[in-house]
Design a protein around this ligand. Structure first.
Ligand SMILES: [Zn+2]
Length: 81
C-alpha cells in the first residue's frame, strides 16, 4: 500500500496502522512532540486544530515539507487527536 499522503509514492509500513511511509511517520511523531512543547509555551487550551492550521499557514515557523504534508492530511481527515 502506498503512503496515505497525496503524491507520496513511498510504501507505507505494513505493520503500522497509520498508513504513513517511514518519512511521514517520523514527521508525524515530530509534529506530535512539537505540539507538547506548544502546550507548555502557549497553555493547555491551545488545540491540535489551531496548531495544525498554524503549521500549515504560518511561514515564520521553521518546519520541513514532510511535517507540513502530515499537518495538511490531518486537517483533511479532521484528526485532532
Ligand atoms: Zn509518505
Amino acid at each position: 500500500m502506498d503512503c496515505v499522503i497525496d503524491n507520496c509514492v513511498k510504501e507505507s509500513e505494513v505493520e503500522d496502522l497509520t498508513g504513513y511511509c517511514k518519512k511521514h511517520e517520523i514527521a508525524s511523531i515530530n509534529l506530535k512532540n512539537e505540539f507538547e512543547n506548544w502546550l507548555i509555551a502557549y497553555g493547555s487550551d491551545y488545540t491540535m486544530k489551531n496548531y495544525l492550521e498554524r503549521i500549515v499557514n504560518d511561514d515564520d515557523i521553521n518546519k520541513g515539507m514532510f511535517v507540513i504534508e502530515v499537518a495538511k492530511y490531518r486537517i483533511e481527515q479532521q484528526d485532532w487527536n
